[in-house]
Design a binder for this molecule. Structure first.
Ligand code: C5P
Length: 240
Protein backbone atom coordinates (compact mmCIF):
# COMPACT_ATOMS: atom_id res chain seq x y z
CA UNK A 1 0.00 0.00 0.00
CA UNK A 2 1.27 3.52 -0.75
CA UNK A 3 2.59 5.53 2.17
CA UNK A 4 0.14 8.29 3.00
CA UNK A 5 1.64 11.63 3.89
CA UNK A 6 0.10 14.21 6.15
CA UNK A 7 -0.84 16.50 3.32
CA UNK A 8 -2.81 13.78 1.54
CA UNK A 9 -5.14 13.02 4.44
CA UNK A 10 -7.51 15.55 5.84
CA UNK A 11 -9.21 14.73 9.13
CA UNK A 12 -12.78 13.90 8.23
CA UNK A 13 -15.22 15.80 10.36
CA UNK A 14 -17.87 13.15 10.73
CA UNK A 15 -20.22 13.72 13.62
CA UNK A 16 -22.17 10.49 13.63
CA UNK A 17 -24.24 11.59 16.56
CA UNK A 18 -25.44 14.58 14.60
CA UNK A 19 -25.30 13.46 10.94
CA UNK A 20 -26.43 9.87 11.20
CA UNK A 21 -28.48 9.87 14.36
CA UNK A 22 -26.26 7.15 15.86
CA UNK A 23 -25.39 7.29 19.53
CA UNK A 24 -21.88 8.35 20.48
CA UNK A 25 -19.31 5.75 21.49
CA UNK A 26 -18.61 4.98 25.12
CA UNK A 27 -14.88 4.82 24.71
CA UNK A 28 -12.38 3.69 27.33
CA UNK A 29 -8.76 4.73 26.80
CA UNK A 30 -5.67 3.80 28.79
CA UNK A 31 -2.57 5.97 28.69
CA UNK A 32 0.87 6.47 30.16
CA UNK A 33 3.22 4.11 31.93
CA UNK A 34 2.56 1.97 34.97
CA UNK A 35 4.92 2.03 37.93
CA UNK A 36 5.73 -1.11 39.88
CA UNK A 37 7.15 -0.23 43.29
CA UNK A 38 10.16 -2.13 44.65
CA UNK A 39 10.66 -0.25 47.91
CA UNK A 40 9.81 3.30 49.12
CA UNK A 41 12.46 4.76 46.80
CA UNK A 42 12.54 2.65 43.63
CA UNK A 43 10.13 1.39 40.98
CA UNK A 44 10.10 -0.32 37.58
CA UNK A 45 8.64 1.72 34.73
CA UNK A 46 9.22 2.77 31.08
CA UNK A 47 9.58 5.93 28.99
CA UNK A 48 5.90 6.44 28.14
CA UNK A 49 4.63 9.98 28.75
CA UNK A 50 0.94 9.35 27.94
CA UNK A 51 0.84 11.90 25.09
CA UNK A 52 -0.73 9.56 22.53
CA UNK A 53 -3.53 8.33 24.83
CA UNK A 54 -4.37 11.86 25.98
CA UNK A 55 -4.50 13.03 22.35
CA UNK A 56 -6.95 10.19 21.52
CA UNK A 57 -9.10 11.13 24.53
CA UNK A 58 -9.14 14.79 23.47
CA UNK A 59 -10.02 13.94 19.88
CA UNK A 60 -12.78 11.52 20.93
CA UNK A 61 -14.44 13.85 23.40
CA UNK A 62 -14.33 16.76 20.96
CA UNK A 63 -16.10 14.49 18.43
CA UNK A 64 -18.94 14.02 20.89
CA UNK A 65 -18.09 10.58 22.34
CA UNK A 66 -18.26 9.71 26.03
CA UNK A 67 -14.69 9.23 27.14
CA UNK A 68 -13.12 7.61 30.20
CA UNK A 69 -9.35 7.83 30.48
CA UNK A 70 -7.46 5.48 32.78
CA UNK A 71 -4.07 7.01 33.19
CA UNK A 72 -0.78 5.94 34.70
CA UNK A 73 1.48 8.70 36.08
CA UNK A 74 1.62 11.42 33.38
CA UNK A 75 2.17 14.59 35.40
CA UNK A 76 3.10 16.92 32.57
CA UNK A 77 -0.09 16.49 30.52
CA UNK A 78 -3.21 18.68 30.48
CA UNK A 79 -6.49 16.93 31.30
CA UNK A 80 -8.41 16.26 28.08
CA UNK A 81 -11.65 18.09 27.40
CA UNK A 82 -14.84 16.62 29.02
CA UNK A 83 -13.20 13.34 29.98
CA UNK A 84 -13.69 11.20 33.07
CA UNK A 85 -10.21 10.58 34.47
CA UNK A 86 -9.22 7.60 36.59
CA UNK A 87 -5.65 7.76 37.90
CA UNK A 88 -3.77 4.55 38.61
CA UNK A 89 -0.17 3.69 39.37
CA UNK A 90 0.41 -0.05 38.94
CA UNK A 91 -0.62 -2.53 36.24
CA UNK A 92 -2.78 -4.31 38.81
CA UNK A 93 -4.68 -1.07 39.49
CA UNK A 94 -5.02 -0.41 35.76
CA UNK A 95 -6.37 -3.93 35.25
CA UNK A 96 -8.93 -3.42 38.04
CA UNK A 97 -10.05 -0.11 36.55
CA UNK A 98 -10.29 -1.61 33.04
CA UNK A 99 -12.35 -4.58 34.28
CA UNK A 100 -14.76 -2.25 36.05
CA UNK A 101 -15.10 0.34 33.32
CA UNK A 102 -14.95 -1.78 30.17
CA UNK A 103 -18.30 -3.44 30.94
CA UNK A 104 -20.20 -0.40 29.73
CA UNK A 105 -17.82 0.56 26.93
CA UNK A 106 -18.23 -0.28 23.28
CA UNK A 107 -14.63 0.58 22.42
CA UNK A 108 -11.39 0.15 24.39
CA UNK A 109 -8.10 1.70 23.27
CA UNK A 110 -5.10 0.27 25.13
CA UNK A 111 -2.44 2.87 24.47
CA UNK A 112 -0.87 2.51 27.93
CA UNK A 113 2.63 1.11 28.19
CA UNK A 114 1.90 -1.47 30.86
CA UNK A 115 5.00 -2.75 32.68
CA UNK A 116 5.34 -6.43 31.79
CA UNK A 117 6.90 -7.40 35.11
CA UNK A 118 6.63 -6.32 38.74
CA UNK A 119 8.68 -7.21 41.82
CA UNK A 120 7.42 -10.39 43.52
CA UNK A 121 7.25 -8.51 46.78
CA UNK A 122 7.11 -4.88 47.93
CA UNK A 123 9.71 -4.04 50.59
CA UNK A 124 8.63 -1.39 53.09
CA UNK A 125 12.25 -0.43 53.89
CA UNK A 126 14.84 0.74 51.38
CA UNK A 127 16.78 -2.25 50.06
CA UNK A 128 20.55 -2.28 50.26
CA UNK A 129 22.21 -1.65 46.92
CA UNK A 130 24.80 -4.40 47.32
CA UNK A 131 23.03 -7.74 47.57
CA UNK A 132 19.35 -7.21 48.27
CA UNK A 133 18.34 -5.25 45.19
CA UNK A 134 19.78 -7.89 42.87
CA UNK A 135 17.64 -10.59 44.39
CA UNK A 136 14.19 -9.00 44.32
CA UNK A 137 12.70 -11.49 41.83
CA UNK A 138 10.08 -10.53 39.25
CA UNK A 139 6.67 -11.86 38.30
CA UNK A 140 4.54 -11.24 35.23
CA UNK A 141 1.84 -8.59 35.25
CA UNK A 142 -1.58 -9.43 33.81
CA UNK A 143 -1.87 -8.82 30.07
CA UNK A 144 -4.86 -6.48 30.10
CA UNK A 145 -5.37 -6.38 26.35
CA UNK A 146 -5.36 -10.19 26.11
CA UNK A 147 -8.00 -10.29 28.83
CA UNK A 148 -10.07 -7.77 26.87
CA UNK A 149 -9.64 -9.94 23.76
CA UNK A 150 -10.89 -13.00 25.62
CA UNK A 151 -13.91 -11.04 26.91
CA UNK A 152 -14.47 -9.05 23.74
CA UNK A 153 -18.21 -9.49 23.08
CA UNK A 154 -18.97 -6.87 20.43
CA UNK A 155 -16.46 -4.26 21.56
CA UNK A 156 -14.06 -2.53 19.22
CA UNK A 157 -10.56 -3.22 20.56
CA UNK A 158 -7.50 -1.16 19.68
CA UNK A 159 -3.97 -2.15 20.65
CA UNK A 160 -0.59 -0.49 20.33
CA UNK A 161 2.80 -2.07 19.92
CA UNK A 162 6.38 -0.85 19.78
CA UNK A 163 9.11 -2.83 18.16
CA UNK A 164 12.76 -2.38 17.34
CA UNK A 165 12.66 -5.18 14.74
CA UNK A 166 10.17 -7.04 12.53
CA UNK A 167 7.58 -4.34 13.21
CA UNK A 168 4.80 -5.55 10.92
CA UNK A 169 5.29 -9.24 11.59
CA UNK A 170 5.11 -8.71 15.35
CA UNK A 171 2.22 -6.26 15.09
CA UNK A 172 0.17 -8.69 12.98
CA UNK A 173 0.86 -11.52 15.40
CA UNK A 174 -0.21 -9.38 18.38
CA UNK A 175 -3.32 -8.21 16.55
CA UNK A 176 -4.27 -11.85 16.04
CA UNK A 177 -3.40 -13.19 19.51
CA UNK A 178 -4.93 -10.24 21.38
CA UNK A 179 -7.96 -10.19 19.05
CA UNK A 180 -7.86 -6.47 18.31
CA UNK A 181 -9.71 -4.76 15.46
CA UNK A 182 -6.96 -2.20 14.99
CA UNK A 183 -3.28 -2.29 15.92
CA UNK A 184 -1.10 0.82 15.92
CA UNK A 185 2.51 -0.20 15.31
CA UNK A 186 5.34 2.11 16.32
CA UNK A 187 8.88 1.54 15.13
CA UNK A 188 11.49 2.50 17.69
CA UNK A 189 14.60 4.05 16.19
CA UNK A 190 16.91 7.02 16.63
CA UNK A 191 15.40 9.03 13.78
CA UNK A 192 11.93 8.90 15.25
CA UNK A 193 11.91 8.20 18.97
CA UNK A 194 8.36 7.38 20.07
CA UNK A 195 8.65 8.77 23.60
CA UNK A 196 8.83 12.32 24.85
CA UNK A 197 8.26 13.94 21.45
CA UNK A 198 5.13 15.25 19.79
CA UNK A 199 5.68 13.44 16.51
CA UNK A 200 6.02 9.81 15.57
CA UNK A 201 5.61 7.37 12.66
CA UNK A 202 3.09 4.56 12.81
CA UNK A 203 1.41 1.89 10.73
CA UNK A 204 -2.25 1.35 11.58
CA UNK A 205 -3.27 -2.24 10.84
CA UNK A 206 -6.96 -2.75 10.26
CA UNK A 207 -9.38 -5.57 9.51
CA UNK A 208 -9.03 -7.13 6.03
CA UNK A 209 -5.25 -6.71 6.25
CA UNK A 210 -5.30 -2.96 5.59
CA UNK A 211 -2.11 -1.04 6.44
CA UNK A 212 -2.09 2.73 6.77
CA UNK A 213 1.39 4.26 7.06
CA UNK A 214 1.66 7.68 8.65
CA UNK A 215 5.11 9.23 8.65
CA UNK A 216 6.48 11.67 11.22
CA UNK A 217 3.12 13.18 12.10
CA UNK A 218 1.98 14.83 15.31
CA UNK A 219 0.36 12.54 17.85
CA UNK A 220 -2.71 14.78 17.69
CA UNK A 221 -2.96 14.13 13.97
CA UNK A 222 -2.49 10.37 14.39
CA UNK A 223 -5.16 10.39 17.11
CA UNK A 224 -7.59 12.00 14.66
CA UNK A 225 -6.92 9.40 11.97
CA UNK A 226 -7.26 6.57 14.47
CA UNK A 227 -10.55 7.97 15.66
CA UNK A 228 -11.82 8.08 12.08
CA UNK A 229 -11.00 4.38 11.77
CA UNK A 230 -12.75 3.58 15.05
CA UNK A 231 -15.83 5.56 13.96
CA UNK A 232 -15.89 3.69 10.62
CA UNK A 233 -15.88 0.34 12.44
CA UNK A 234 -18.56 1.59 14.86
CA UNK A 235 -20.76 2.83 12.07
CA UNK A 236 -20.45 -0.51 10.24
CA UNK A 237 -21.43 -2.36 13.43
CA UNK A 238 -24.48 -0.13 13.83
CA UNK A 239 -25.57 -0.87 10.28
CA UNK A 240 -25.36 -4.65 10.75
O1 C5P B 1 2.81 -7.49 23.84
P1 C5P B 1 2.97 -6.01 23.91
O2 C5P B 1 3.31 -5.51 25.29
O3 C5P B 1 3.84 -5.41 22.87
O4 C5P B 1 1.49 -5.48 23.57
C1 C5P B 1 1.24 -4.12 23.58
C2 C5P B 1 -0.25 -3.91 23.76
O5 C5P B 1 -0.71 -4.71 24.85
C3 C5P B 1 -0.56 -2.48 24.13
O6 C5P B 1 -1.83 -2.14 23.59
C4 C5P B 1 -0.57 -2.51 25.65
O7 C5P B 1 -1.38 -1.49 26.19
C5 C5P B 1 -1.11 -3.88 25.93
N1 C5P B 1 -0.59 -4.52 27.16
C6 C5P B 1 -1.47 -4.84 28.17
N2 C5P B 1 -1.02 -5.46 29.31
C7 C5P B 1 0.28 -5.76 29.44
C8 C5P B 1 1.19 -5.45 28.41
C9 C5P B 1 0.72 -4.82 27.28
O8 C5P B 1 -2.68 -4.57 28.03
N3 C5P B 1 0.72 -6.36 30.55
Amino acid sequence: MNPITNSTIKRKTKKYRICNGASPLRILITAGPTREPIDPVRFITNHSTGTMGYAIAESASRSGHRVTLITGPSPSLKRPHRTKIISVVTAKEMFGAVKKNSKLSNCVVMSAAVADYKPKKYFSRKLKRTKEIRNIGLEKNPDILSWLGENKQDKILVGFCMETEKLLKNAKRKMHTKRTDLMVANRINKACPPFGTNRTSVVILGPDKTELRIKHATKKYIAGILLDKIEDLWYKKLQN
